[in-house]
Design a protein around this ligand. Structure first.
Ligand code: PAF
Length: 301
């Protein structure tokens, strides 16, 4: 007996997408959207599961958005694995997959951009200057194309979530943004499509990103409040991996992303580093033991 689940319907034009979504709405269904760039892993699958748990009809978009890559970045080499992606989406039960060609998303006369504010300037924004302009623009376009009730993002791209939430609030986009926890490999490495670039040896060394965040969390739990000392330890752990180049290792306010000098309330620890030329990022929220700090903007209510 063949137990392979049927692949979800796959469409590549906005018209087909809208027709399918309208069909689901007509029968009273709520629509969940999971925007991705493909090369799907368990992190993406967890977003689809969250959408299926909350919504009646789940749309997954697979589009490697060229406008969020700098000319020097890995657009051409970015992993593409449509067949395997469709199999994974069949397993998890996505209802519709939208795989537009670039011309469907960016017409020849495209000249309108979403320019995110302050929250996009530091960390990833400092290393990748136009990255969030490309992300915000494509996310707004995908939201307008599919008009979902809820859209799902992973906490691994923490700053992306802040940018998207700010945009949705500022531009009155009628959608709820949900954030799902980072999914990790057994050694703690955050799942990412870019992990596929790493050699087996670099892959082993990449576990230091999570180790450095865990070390920061432990120090805070042991009562250390001094950001300088915690950051020094984070850098030490990161640099224990041969060949790793730190882009940043920071303790910041979870909302403003401004650096903190002391961990007196909840902070975000975030790291970015290069291994064999592959840029990896990770983050975690840290609460001081006696903190009665308000919830960060990230967790869902
Ligand atoms: O997180 C991603 O994969 C991308 O930035 C997104 C949200 C799909 C926009 O291209």
């Amino acid at each position: 007996m063949n137990t392979t689940p049927a692949r979800p319907t796959c469409v590549s034009t906005v018209r087909e997408l809208r027709e399918a979504v309208a069909g689901a709405r007509q029968v009273g269904g709520t629509i969940g959207l999971v925007p991705t760039m493909g090369a799907l892993h368990e992190g993406h699958v967890s977003l689809v599961r969250a959408s299926k748990a909350e919504c009646d009809f789940t749309v997954v978009t697979i589009f490697v958005n060229p406008t969020q890559f700098a000319p020097s970045e890995d657009l051409a080499a970015y992993p593409r694995a449509l067949e395997a992606d469709l199999d994974k989406l069949a397993q998890v039960g996505a209802d519709l997959v939208f795989t537009p060609p670039e011309s469907e998303v960016y017409g020849p006369a495209h000249s309108t951009w979403v320019e995110p504010g302050n929250v996009a300037r530091s960390l990833e924004g400092a290393s990748r200057p136009d990255h969030f302009r490309g992300v915000a623009t494509v996310v707004l376009k995908l939201l307008n194309m599919a008009r979902p009730d809820v859209a799902f993002f992973g906490q691994k791209d923490y700053q992306q979530v802040l940018v998207v939430r700010r945009m949705v609030a500022d531009l009155d986009v009628p959608v709820t943004i949900r954030v799902c926890p980072t999914v990790r490999e057994p050694d703690g490495l955050a799942m990412s499509s870019r992990n596929a670039y790493l050699s087996p040896d670099a892959r082993r060394r990449a576990a230091v990103l999570w180790k450095s965040l865990s070390a920061a969390r432990e120090m805070v739990q042991e009562g250390n409040r001094d950001a300088k000392a915690i950051l020094a330890r984070m850098r030490e752990v990161l640099l224990s991996a041969e060949g790793l180049v730190i882009d940043y290792a920071v303790l910041v306010d979870p909302e403003s992303l401004e650096p903190v000098a002391r961990v007196d309330a909840q902070v975000l620890a975030a790291v970015a580093a290069r291994l064999e030329g592959t840029r990896l990022i990770d983050n975690c929220m840290i609460d001081p033991p006696s903190s009665s700090s308000p919830q960060s903007p990230i967790p869902n209510p």
